[in-house]
Ligand binder design. Structure first.
Ligand SMILES: Nc1ncnc2c1ncn2[C@@H]1O[C@H](COP(=O)(O)OP(=O)(O)OP(=O)(O)O)[C@@H](O)[C@H]1O
Length: 300
């Protein structure tokens, strides 16, 4: 459905996107992840026709024209873009008219999209009176008003509490089940882990890794990760090296990659003679994969 092929973009001498390629199928939730400044917003701005790529192409259903893009793609940017003093319904109808929908279709779509995002009973509420989570869902409804096939959600849950995030995740899952493709950017890796069928990790404008969570596990070939809190870090690391365990620091947390499943008793035996204050086992998470990929600069 969406095909981004080898796009490049520079601002002055600074190259921000370098031959970036990825594709999204209908109904797929694709997570575009990367550190601050990696080029995610620049990519989205190119998809939505706000800026032009220097090279490369963007195609929706095989079409490249900016008109086709506008009608097939909806965007909910990081900042809410609705009119605060209008009601939810008025906002939807206004944006529907901007897309050239007839009055009748605007009315129908306003009702349908507000229901889709769980704001059916808030149609007459002034946008400014909605909670932060509801305002994000209103932005999503606006992105959907012209029935796009792909919706771009730029950090849709940043700053929201967990209940508001659950509601937005539900909307995303519903959209995906109705065959709408979704491009999601987020710094919340648990969110990407839960929602995305495939993930692309970019850094300095290049795709470093791409695939399903299962496929990305190759970057952290461990059965389990053990987080260890010890006053004898150097000793623990030396022991891990002897045993052939990889070790990593995630912030100040020391962790070991276990190459095979071990009982807690066995793990403690490995570190016999070393003071261990606490130990926590966890499966390999997207966070571990993401850190591994973004700490390396190698491009696939
Ligand atoms: N209009 C601009 N002029 C010059 N440089 C820019 C412009 N817009 C973005 N940049 C630079 O391009 C790089 C990529 O920025 P971009 O906003 O696309 O990154 P991002 O991945 O969205 O970051 P974040 O996660 O912080 O939102 C950054 O180094 C940024 O400073």
């Amino acid at each position: 459905m969406l095909e981004v092929r080898k796009i490049c973009k520079s601002y002055g001498k600074k190259q921000v996107l370098q031959d970036l390629s990825f594709a999204i199928q209908s109904g797929e939730v694709y997570g575009l992840l990367g550190p601050n400044g990696a080029g995610k917003t620049t990519t989205i701005s190119i998809l939505c026709g706000l800026i032009k790529a220097d090279r490369g192409s963007v195609m929706m259903n095989g079409q490249t024209s900016s008109g086709a893009m506008r009608s097939l793609i909806g965007i909910a940017p990081q900042e809410n873009i609705f009119y605060k003093s209008l009601t939810c319904e008025e906002n939807l109808r206004f944006f529907g008219q901007l897309y050239g929908l007839s009055n009748e279709l605007c009315r129908k779509q306003a009702k349908y999209c507000l229901e889709l995002v769980g704001l059916g009973d808030r149609a007459k509420s002034i946008a400014d009176t909605l909670s932060g989570g509801m305002q994000r869902r209103l932005s999503m409804a606006i992105a959907l008003v012209h029935q796009p096939q792909l919706v771009v959600l730029d950090e849709p849950t940043t700053g929201l509490d967990i209940e508001a995030r659950y509601e937005i995740w539900e909307v995303i899952r519903n959209l995906s089940s109705q065959d709408t493709a979704i491009l999601l950017t987020t710094h919340l890796l648990d969110e990407a882990e839960r929602l995305c069928q495939r993930i692309g990790i970019i850094k300095q404008g290049s795709l470093l890794a791409e695939g399903s969570l299962e496929e990305l596990r190759k970057y952290v070939p461990a059965k389990e990760i053990v987080l260890v809190c010890t006053p004898d870090e150097d000793l623990a690391i030396a022991r891990a090296i002897e045993l052939g365990f990889e070790y990593r620091h995630y912030g100040r947390e020391l962790s070991f990659w276990l190459p095979k499943a071990l009982e807690l008793k066995e793990i403690l035996e490995y570190f016999d003679g070393i003071t261990i204050d606490s130990i926590m086992r966890q499966p390999v998470r997207l966070e571990n994969i993401y850190v591994e990929v973004t700490r390396s600069l190698e491009v696939t």
